[in-house]
Design a protein around this ligand. Structure first.
Ligand SMILES: Nc1ncnc2c1ncn2[C@@H]1O[C@H](COP(=O)(O)OP(=O)(O)OP(=O)(O)O)[C@@H](O)[C@H]1O
Ligand SMILES: [Mg+2]
Length: 188
């Protein structure tokens, strides 16, 4: 097995309070991993560190390349951290079009496929502010899936999803993982 992600002696203190305490582990390519821990134990903070969104001590590498705050990220990543970031005045399609503009080779069909993948209707023209909580969560997941990036980093991806949608998400993650993705999720 090839090591895909390596986290070495990573610590994070905020205002003198230790939120990540000397964390070391490595994850292999081509698998789905979940982080399990009580509220406040640092799962979201660890995912932020892996995404180079916060400064930590220690080191993190993805595909043997350093992950560092304010440096180019070594891979193209799909991510959903805590609440989905959506523009509530726009439709789901328009929200995804904004992200597609930042990517190369993402087509309108890819946008529609990402919505269908999470169980949203691409022909729904309503503004996202009219969406239910679970529908907004699905849009956040569609944002992460768009572009077929790896790895997928998903923080509590099942939040607000009904039982059928959770089952569907698990099937989807297994399917895309067997195709090419690496996932680090915070999912029960
Ligand atoms: N902006 C911040 N400033 C100071 N402390 C913070 C900040 N964000 C989080 N923390 C602290 O860092 C610790 C880890 O928080 P984190 O959000 O990573 O927990 P979590 O494991 O994701 O919890 P949950 O299961 O509730 O999502 C907590 O003690 C929290 O109080
Ligand atoms: Mg959290």
């Amino acid at each position: 097995m090839t090591t895909y992600l390596s986290v070495n002696h990573v610590s994070k203190k905020i205002n003198g309070y230790t939120v990540l305490d000397d964390i070391t582990f490595s994850l292999d390519a081509g698998k789905i991993y979940g982080f399990n821990g009580i509220n406040g134990s640092g799962k979201t903070m660890l995912l932020r560190a892996i995404l180079a969104l916060i400064k930590t001590t220690g080191s993190i590498t993805l595909k043997q390349q350093p992950v560092t705050l304010n440096q180019p990220f070594p891979v193209k990543v799909g991510a959903l951290l805590e609440h989905p970031s959506v523009i509530s005045e726009f439709s789901a399609v328009k929200n995804l079009q904004l992200i597609a503009h930042l990517q190369t080779n993402t087509t309108q069909k890819d946008i529609e496929d990402a919505l269908l993948l999470v169980g949203l209707d691409p022909s729904d023209r309503r503004k996202v502010k009219k969406y239910s909580l679970g529908m907004k969560q699905k849009l956040g997941l569609a944002q992460a899936f768009l572009g077929n990036n790896e790895p997928l980093v998903l923080d509590e991806p099942t939040n607000a999803l009904d039982a059928n949608s959770i089952a569907r998400l698990k099937t989807t993650l297994k399917k895309v993982s067997s195709q090419r993705h690496n996932h680090f999720t915070n999912m029960p």
